[in-house]
Ligand binder design. Structure first.
Ligand code: AP5
Length: 234
C-alpha cells in the first residue's frame, strides 16, 4: 500500500518543495512546509515570526522549541480537517526535532511510513537557488526557476499576479551558510532514518518530471527499507 505519511529530506534547494507539492496534489495529501509556515509568520509579524526572522535571514536554523510547536500544531489541524496523510517538507532538520516528531506521531498513532531523501549535489543546488524566484505573497508561495520553470510573464506570478522575487536567503553567501548548516545539523538524519528502515534515496539532479516519477514509484511501493548509500554530492 502506498505510504501516506512521509518526510521529504534533502539539502536546501534539492527540490523538496517541488516534489512534495506534486506528490500531495496527485495523492491528495497535505503538504506541510515549515519554511512556508515560518515565512508566513515572519510576514504576519506574529511572535513566532519575530523570533524566526533573524535566523532565517542568516541561513541558520530556527530554534527547535519554536519549530516543533509550529509543526505539531499544523499536523493536528490537518488531521482534524480530515487529511488522509501528509508530506513533511523541511522538517525535521535536527536529531532533537526527529525525536520530538517520533514521540508526537507515536502518541497520535500516526507514525512516519517513509522518508524520501532527494540527493542533489551542492553545486546543482547553488545553481538552482540562484535561479529560483518565489512569489512575494507568502499566502501564494508559488515557486519558479528562471532556467527550468520561468513565470509566463517576466517577474509576475502566474497564480496571483504579484511580483516574483529572489528569496532573502537565496543570496549566494546565505546559500553557503544553509548548506553548511544542512551538512552539520540535518545530514545525521540520513543515518537515523536508514537505521529505522524508512529511508529511500532518489537522485535529485534529473528533470522535475524524472524525479517525480522516481518519487511516485518509491511511494507506491509503500516505503520501508532501502539500503543504498547516501553520502551526498557534497
Ligand atoms: P525552507 O524553505 O524549508 O528552505 P530549504 O530546506 O533550504 O529548502 P528550499 O525551499 O530552499 O528548497 P527545496 O528543497 O524545497 O527546493 P525547491 O523545490 O524550491 O526553509 C527556509 C528557512 O526556514 C531555513 O533556512 C530555516 O531558517 C527555517 N526553517 C525551516 N524549517 C526549519 C526547521 N525544521 N528547523 C529550523 N529552521 C527551519 O527547488 C529549488 C529551485 O530549483 C526552484 O527554483 C525549483 O523550481 C527548481 N527545481 C526543483 N527541482 C528541479 C529539477 N529537478 N530541475 C531543475 N530545477 C528544479
Amino acid at each position: 500500500m502506498a505510504a501516506t505519511r512521509l518526510i521529504m529530506l534533502g539539502p536546501p534547494g534539492a527540490g523538496k518543495g517541488t516534489q512534495a507539492q506534486k506528490l500531495c496534489k496527485d495523492a491528495g495529501l497535505a503538504h506541510m512546509s515549515t519554511g512556508d509556515m515560518l515565512r508566513a509568520a515572519v510576514a504576519a509579524k506574529t511572535p513566532v515570526g519575530l523570533q524566526a526572522k533573524g535566523y532565517m535571514e542568516g541561513g541558520k536554523l530556527v530554534p527547535d522549541e519554536v519549530v516543533i510547536g509550529v509543526l505539531v500544531e499544523a499536523i493536528d489541524k490537518a488531521v482534524a480537517a480530515g487529511a488522509k496523510g501528509f508530506v513533511l517538507d523541511g522538517f525535521p532538520r535536527t536529531l532533537p526535532q526527529a525525536d520530538a516528531l517520533k514521540k508526537a506521531l507515536s502518541d497520535r498513532k500516526l507514525p512516519i511510513e517513509q522518508v524520501i531523501l532527494i540527493n542533489t549535489p551542492d553545486k546543482v543546488v547553488q545553481e538552482r537557488l540562484g535561479q529560483r524566484r518565489s512569489c512575494s505573497d507568502p499566502k501564494c508561495g508559488a515557486v519558479y526557476n528562471l532556467a527550468s520553470k520561468p513565470p509566463k510573464k517576466d517577474g509576475v506570478c502566474d497564480v496571483c499576479g504579484k511580483p516574483v522575487v529572489l528569496r532573502n536567503d537565496d543570496k549566494p553567501e546565505t546559500v553557503l551558510v544553509r548548506q553548511q548548516t544542512y551538512w552539520r545539523d540535518t545530514a545525521p538524519l540520513i543515518d537515523y532514518y536508514k537505521k529505522a528502515g524508512l529511508l529511500v534515496e532518489v537522485p535529485g539532479s534529473g528533470s522535475m518530471d524524472e524525479i517525480a516519477g522516481l518519487v511516485k514509484d518509491a511511494v507506491n511501493k509503500g516505503g520501508k527499507k532501502s539500503g543504498g548509500c547516501c553520502c551526498g554530492g557534497h
